[in-house]
Each structure stands twice: as C-alpha cells, then as structure tokens.
Design a protein around this ligand. Structure first.
Ligand SMILES: Nc1nc2c(ncn2[C@@H]2O[C@H](COP(=O)(O)OP(=O)(O)OP(=O)(O)O)[C@@H](O)[C@H]2O)c(=O)[nH]1
Ligand SMILES: [Mg+2]
Length: 234
C-alpha cells in the first residue's frame, strides 16, 4: 500500500457523530455506530492523491491518544453537536491543545453535526416524516428542537483558533468557508465538508513535494566501480 499523501483527522466529544459523518461520506449510509475505541482510518483517493481520514474516540479515557493521531495532520475537523453547547466548549477546552502536533500549516474545519434534529433542519431539505418504532432510522427525522449552537458561535471559535495558532486571517481560508453544519443522518453538507478539505489539501501536498529534496537516484548514469587485480574495488 502506498503511504498516504496527506492526513485529515476528526476530533470532538463523544457522541457528536464523527464516525457517522465518516461512514456517511465513505460508505454512503448511516449505520448504527458503537462508541469508537482508540481510532480508525479510511483511505480516500482524491484525484491522484491518497488521503487518510482518521476517526478518533471522543471518550475521555482515550484523550491521551489524540495528539498522536494529529501528528503531521494537514487538516483537522473539529466536530460538535448543534444541540449540545458543551460539545462546542469542549473543542476549545479539551481538543484544541491536541492539535499542536499537526502540520504547521494545518487547516481547521469546525463542524456542527445533527442539524436534522433542529427546527432549522426543516429548512434544509429534510422532507421526511418523524420517526416511529417500525421505521428505519434513515427514513425519518427525530422530533426537532431549537438549535443550541449557532453558526456564528463556530465562526467565533475559528477566529480564536487562528489567534491560538498565531495565524493571520489573510493567510488561511475564511471562517465562512471552514464552518459547516451537517447531518450524517440525511447527508446534508457531508460531501461539501470532505471535498472542500480535499481540494484545500491538494496544493499542500504539491508544495510539500516541491520542498522535499529528491531522493531519486538516476541508475542509468551510475557507473559500476572499477575492479582491481585483487578483486577489490578502487
Ligand atoms: N439525528 C442524528 N443522529 C446522529 C447524527 N450523527 C450521528 N448521530 C447519532 O449519534 C450517536 C453517536 O454517533 P457516533 O458517530 O458514534 O458519534 P462519535 O462522535 O463517533 O462518538 P465517539 O466514537 O464515542 O467519539 C449515534 O447514535 C448516531 O446514530 C446526525 O447527523 N443526526
Ligand atoms: Mg466514533
């Protein structure tokens, strides 16, 4: 297997839907999930590049592993649940520090998932019925409640992250491009999220390749060493 050209990592509190987002994108479905243990990755081929996407465990007991998964990451998806304000607070308090091991020009996306559970979910093309016990989860939406976290809160966090990383707003993608609201359940904005990141990561791969010294040896120009009488090489 070829080494991945780039790495994207999903971080966020338990239950916010990291595994579900990744499965929705990679497998085009919304299966039942179990809380992630440690971490797992998918490989995505995007144009001619291999990108690994790492799913991590949000549970406190696995917290120590987070910075290991983030090592060298080109992009990090900080995920929260739009219905739980604390899951956004945790991103700043508990997860941001784990990203110190990421690449120096690492990109950040902030993703509010489970938007299908909010009243606004009705405005984003979810025409399905409310769930009843005999319905498949994918065929229905759960009863809706007012959203607890708004996109502006995510934009404010994005700006705080830039300060924390000492990055200039001019040198990074705009907050409006990097803050998403998604539903792993309906698929809303899921392709947009991942594919926006892939498109941003490709120029980083090309830049890394241009900066990396070439280790290629031209064997056609290689001359074998002359043999001496003793059989040893001159
Ligand atoms: N309604 C709704 N439920 C979701 C959505 N995404 C995930 N869920 C549900 O939320 C629960 C947790 O989802 P996971 O994807 O396992 O969450 P996680 O962030 O991977 O959690 P950990 O692995 O413990 O860190 C599951 O019951 C999912 O079915 C969504 O967009 N909408
Ligand atoms: Mg998980």
């Amino acid at each position: 297997m070829r080494k991945p050209d780039s790495k994207i990592v999903l971080l966020g509190d338990m239950n916010v839907g990291k595994t579900s987002l990744l499965q929705r994108y990679m497998e085009r479905r919304f299966p039942d999930t179990v809380s992630t243990v440690g971490g797992a990755f998918y490989l995505k081929q995007w144009r001619s590049y291999n990108i690994s996407i790492w799913d991590t465990a949000g549970r406190e007991q696995f917290h120590g592993l987070g910075s290991m998964y983030c090592r060298g990451a080109a992009a990090i998806i900080l995920t929260y649940d739009v219905n739980h304000r604390q899951s956004l607070v945790e991103l700043e308090d508990r997860f941001l520090g784990l990203t110190d091991t990421a690449s120096k020009d690492c990109l950040f996306a902030i993703v509010g998932n489970k938007v299908d559970l909010t009243e606004e979910g009705a405005l984003v093309g979810q025409e399905k019925e409310e769930c009843s016990p005999n319905m498949e989860a994918e065929d229905c939406v759960s009863p809706r409640a007012p959203k607890q976290v708004h996109l502006e809160d995510a934009v404010a966090l994005y700006k705080k992250i830039l300060k924390y990383k000492m990055l200039d707003e001019q040198d990074v993608p705009a907050a409006e491009q990097m803050c998403f609201e998604t539903s792993a359940k309906t698929g809303y904005n899921v392709d947009l999220l991942f594919e926006t990141l892939f498109d941003l990561v490709v120029p980083m791969i090309l830049q890394q390749r241009a900066e990396r010294p070439s280790h290629t040896v031209d064997i056609s120009s290689h001359k074998p060493p002359k043999r001496t009488r003793s059989g040893c090489c001159a």
